[in-house]
Design a protein around this ligand. Structure first.
Ligand code: SF4
Length: 401
């Protein structure tokens, strides 16, 4: 009898778990759970180590989308013990989680963990897992053509963005996506716009939005823009034609205050060019920052009402939402985005990614010697509690000497 969990023809992605959550729980807990974090949470998110007071953000760590994707990947691994399992790219932006999947025998087809296999090696006998960020439409079509089993770990909040931009495309609006043009989620979102026959332009920050708004107001400088945004727009994007009616959406993990500011700038520019009458037809905005990102940003903002002496923000260096948590905190106190416990090299030296981006650097003299000292801690939506717990244990090992 055929397995009802595995579609036959056409091979649509499997989007529901296999009912094996209980069977993978222990394995998952072993990899990501931290009893210390549990203890600190129960103690009201405050913890004392010698002269250091630790303050944990009210919300941090794994979000619902990451939880679901990891469960689903573990279940897939359990469900298909005799098949090769591939991930199209990182399942989420966290080195610990991706390394663990490699140890389990999962192969990566793309991204920084790509090994010896490419998509051309995938056969109908294989299983391909699509990560939490989603997938490009063309990639799914190719997998369908191969006829392999495809398991879709895309977060529901990302699907929500796709629905929004697809609607913009059907209504003839150009999608302006506030995001990073090379981020997996935004690449996938852009492909969904294109698949509906729509146009898109990806804007990263307010300075880029200012350039676009200046063009909308004056109609001048399209060549400069075409060069600047060449990798961040539809292949046949025409600035003079495609910015008359726009709909704004965001990569789910952007800074919400910046997304709102950019939307406001674009709306004002359209009003300046075409007048306020009919603006509802020319401009749409739907904030698609996901709830988990928003809650983690809000929790850091709350902590900054009474800032700690310094802040540690734990998460993958390529994790967009973690980087934004660091940006928020950095306005109020010295803030260090660290990827793993090894980034805490010594009480003297720390390896971290500076707020606002750039490559990881080493900073000396990061941990003040004075006591009492307060340290705030938060973590991005893809960071296991186990990693945060290890960071606290390392601080404790120095303090208790
Ligand atoms: S950060 Fe948001 S969009 Fe991304 S996986 Fe988590 S819940 Fe989903």
């Amino acid at each position: 009898m055929s397995d009802p969990n595995i579609p036959t023809e056409p091979p649509d992605p499997i989007r529901r778990g296999f009912g094996l959550k209980d069977q993978v729980r222990a394995e998952r807990r072993e990899a990501y759970y931290s009893p210390l974090i549990e203890k600190i949470r129960q103690a009201g998110n405050r913890w004392r180590i010698g002269g250091i007071e630790l303050r944990l953000a009210r919300e941090f760590g794994f979000c619902y989308g990451v939880d679901k994707a990891i469960d689903f990947a573990y279940e897939t691994h359990r469900r298909f013990p005799d098949r090769r399992i591939f991930l199209t790219t990182e399942i989420i932006h966290n080195p610990r989680v991706n390394q663990r999947l490699i140890e389990m025998g999962v192969h990566f087809l793309g991204g920084q963990y790509a090994g010896r296999y490419g998509i051309e090696d995938v056969t109908a006998e294989d299983v391909v897992f699509l990560p939490a960020f989603g997938y490009e439409v063309q990639l799914l079509e190719r997998l369908r053509g191969i006829g392999c089993i495809t398991v879709d770990g895309t977060c529901g909040s990302v699907v929500h963005v796709w629905k929004r931009v697809e609607r913009y495309a059907r209504e003839g609006l150009t999608s302006i996506i506030h995001g990073k043009w090379r981020h997996e989620e935004t690449v996938a979102t852009a492909s969904h716009v294109a698949a509906e026959g729509g146009k898109y332009l990806v804007i990263f920050d307010e300075p880029e939005a200012t350039m676009v708004c200046d063009f909308i107001r004056t109609g001048e400088g399209s060549q400069l823009l075409a060069e600047k945004f060449r990798r961040a727009m539809s292949p046949d994007f025409d600035f003079s034609r495609d910015l008359e009616r726009i709909g704004v959406a965001n990569q789910t993990t952007m800074l919400s205050s910046e997304s709102l500011a950019i939307a406001g700038m674009l709306r004002s520019a359209l009003e300046a060019r075409y007048g306020s009458e009919g603006i509802e037809d020319r401009f749409r905005m739907f904030e698609t920052i996901c709830t988990a990102t928003q809650e983690r940003q809000d929790a850091v903002q709350e902590m900054m009402a009474d800032p700690p002496d310094l802040m540690l923000i734990v998460g993958g260096f390529n994790s967009s939402n973690t980087g934004h948590l660091c940006e928020i905190a950095a306005h109020h106190c010295p803030s260090y985005h660290i990827e793993e416990v090894d980034c805490l090299i010594s009480p003297e030296r720390i390896r971290h990614k500076p707020a606002g981006g750039g490559a990881a650097i080493e900073t000396k003299g990061w941990l003040p010697a004075r006591r009492p000292l307060s340290i705030g801690i938060t973590a991005g939506a893809s960071t296991p509690n186990r990693v945060v717990g290890e960071v606290i244990e390392r601080l404790a090992s120095w303090e208790e000497k």
